[in-house]
Design a protein around this ligand. Structure first.
Ligand code: GDP
Ligand code: MG
Length: 162
């Protein structure tokens, strides 16, 4: 019944850390090794009196084979069932080829997309986050999933999109 937010992005960009930040609990598994969240996992979230479902996914890699391919399929399913998509990019790494391809799929999905520029742990990171305007998805929201920087504004944007 409640609206669904799917969190997608390449492995290791901080999706699971951000999911924990959104739900306010440490339930999504965070790992230093890419590709740990292998399937879609749903969690209940509450912000400003509104409830929604957050779907954490494995990393998106369109060229992946085997297990990684399964992860990508899960992300694609998540994108299909979602009411809005939270696309997470590591602002320290910047835009990769995979991100560009994901943007095309996001456009095709015609779902509302919120662009999170993650790992902006301090003021210096803001410039790198601004570079993500080049993805053509609108304003990148600078956040630090690890430290909580920008998470209130992000949650407000999520509610607006759902
Ligand atoms: P996922 O593969 O996209 O789900 O990424 P994870 O949430 O598992 O995080 C991958 C790594 O990035 C972990 O070592 C996290 O602690 C780290 N990480 C996540 N968010 C941030 C952030 O905002 N700042 C920094 N410095 N590291 C982060
Ligand atoms: Mg994960």
């Amino acid at each position: 019944e409640q609206p669904v937010l799917a969190v997608i992005g390449r492995p290791n960009v901080g999706k699971s850390t951000l999911v924990n930040r959104i739900i306010g609990r440490r339930e999504a598994v965070v790992e230093d090794t890419p590709g740990v969240t292998r399937d879609r996992v749903s969690y209940d979230a509450l912000w400003n009196g509104r409830t929604f479902t957050v779907v954490d996914t494995g990393g998106w890699d369109p060229d992946a084979k085997g297990m990684a391919e399964r992860i990508a399929q899960q992300a694609e399913v998540a994108m299909t069932v979602a009411d809005a998509i939270l696309f997470v990019v590591d602002s320290r790494v910047g835009i990769t080829d995979i991100d560009e391809r994901v943007v095309k799929l996001l456009r095709a999905s015609k779902k509302p997309v919120i662009l999170a520029a993650n790992k902006v742990d301090d003021q210096r990171g803001e410039l790198e986050a601004a570079a993500l305007w080049n993805l053509g998805l609108g304003e990148p929201m600078p956040i630090s999933a690890l430290h909580g920087r920008g998470s209130g504004d992000l949650l407000d944007a999520i509610l607006d999109a759902l």
